[in-house]
Design a protein around this ligand. Sequence first.
Ligand code: HEM
Length: 188
Amino acid sequence: ASRSAGRQTTKKKQKKKKRRKSPSQDKEAGSAHFSALFVCLLSLTLIQEVQLKPETKKPVRLFTEEELQRHDGREEGQPILMAVKGVVFDVSKGKEFYGRGAPYNALVGKDSTRAVAKMSLAPEDLTSDTTGLTEEQLESLESVFEGTYKAKYPIVGYTASRILNKDGSPNDDFKPEDQPHFKIRDEF
Ligand code: HEM
């Protein structure tokens, strides 16, 4: 017991020693504070610069109907694409749903918004047209769009209906969908 008491007193002394700073240590601490201040000021300036820049619009890829059609799962090894609400998804990793001969193959190679909203595979519903959809169908569309497509498949572009106005001019209200969990450029 006395040996352990002795050890404790030496430990206490060591702790006391640690707390006392030499002049060179004080200098070091001072320069560390100065560096931290410098880094803070620098990042503040950078943040302000970034905020002052106008919102830059990243270019997005526009898919024509013909381009989409070429990605309907027919060709082995080609990406399988499908649009919902004018947003083009690469659904290749859902090959068991969308590949050649798979149950939902009819939905790919086109914008199938109406079919998704109505949970229908009827040929007349394989279109982007949302005319006359019920509130319930529109809610279902939103939930599958967010919960399945946006969550599961990378966005690779948009259809003209989403990016352009009817006269072909750019739609100024266009905003790309947010999909932070994918590195979109790397996927296609
Ligand atoms: C008898 C009728 C149907 C049955 C039993 C059925 C069953 C299923 C099952 C088991 C899944 C997989 C769920 C999962 O693994 O997360 C699924 C997904 C799905 N179903 Fe159906 N389904 C039917 C009809 C339809 C129809 C008519 C459509 C029309 C659009 C449809 C569209 C979808 C879609 C979009 C998915 C998500 C696929 C994905 O994750 O990419 N289903 N269905």
